[in-house]
Design a protein around this ligand. Sequence first.
Ligand SMILES: [Zn+2]
Length: 420
Amino acid sequence: MAVDGLHQFELVEKMGFVRMSGTEEERRAAQILVDEIEAMGVSADTRTFEVKDGTVIKAVFEVIAPERKEYTVTGYKCAGCTKEGGEDYDFIYIEQFDEINLRNARGKFALINGRATADVYRKMLDAGVAGFMTMGGTVKDTLEDSDLDTRKMRESLTKLGLMPAFHIRMTDALEILKSGATRVHIELKTKNHVHISQNVVAEIKGTKYPDEIVAFGAHYDSVEFSYGVWDNAAGSVTIMEILRHFTKNPPARTVRFIWFGSEEVGLLGSHAYVDSLTNAEAAKHVFMVNCDVGGSILGSNGAHITADESLCKYVEYMAKELGYSTSVRQGVMSSDSVPFADRGIPAINFARGGGQGMGFMHTRYDMISLISAEALAVVTDFAVAFSDRLVNAVIFPVPREIPKNIKDELDKYLGRAPQK
Ligand SMILES: [Zn+2]
């Protein structure tokens, strides 16, 4: 089969500019996809949706004891505001969210280790944390070679409750901990507003089972400062090649391709798509293939199965058969397959992770010099072979159900209390 990796690479390069949710650049990237789809003789549909967003008007963070020092921070968009003029708090570092670390957190401002996932956020709210700060970059960064991005508090978090939140460079966080900071002054002022983002949708009707839909998804937006070639122009071109394959090989089932906008601010494109489906339409979706991160020269392939465990074996056998090196694990991946799985639609996620020394997701170092046509083609070849089998299967082999362990993981990911 052998897809044209060079063509994929050129499309990745063409999309390699910062294209944040709701911006003119995101719209420009959507148009590049539309042009590519239409050049294949397939019609493309651009579907807009509203995004709740915010602006940070003021973000101040100062250590006031034992010594005073102000640090450059960014505030989280859509986070809770402090009162005008700011507030003072005792300071705590939470390296792990266990009872030991959380027992003394009430009414304090916390520097936290890792991301503020819904699970972590809920634990902080329950423990009475007054506000928090995440760290970005590495301790090796200098001011010149690192960017401090402005993060957004996802709706899955804000619906649980509000608190002020900040983001700081790792080098500064290290200095704060070394200085033995005990008390801090914070001020955050944000303003919420709405902007427009879009999904790009293309479809080929099935020749035998037109009422059964296999969905293919990839997000095409990126974050501030990031060219987003690995994450995720690569996945965008992977599903483009799968579409190209089905233009030449008419599928038995309907194949629908969705390039999602605004994934990076809370999977909003995929949520908008799934929310737009009636129950009858959702029931027609038998499966979803999601591609997020790919093309890195140094890297390794992974398949994350958000479906019945039997699919893990299927993929492992197929990988052996075709000589495709990949890790296979069952679980939830933080990507656009989540809203599908939450609606009962099982999914697989194809990814090519960054290799050793290459964890550059969401930074200015997610750049084209680290991507190759060969690395793009190897994953795409397998994704095409896998998709072709599934789409044309006599009996669709993946049970259309989400196993209990995945449901529990989804609850955790989406910040819901576990269902008893
Ligand atoms: Zn991504």
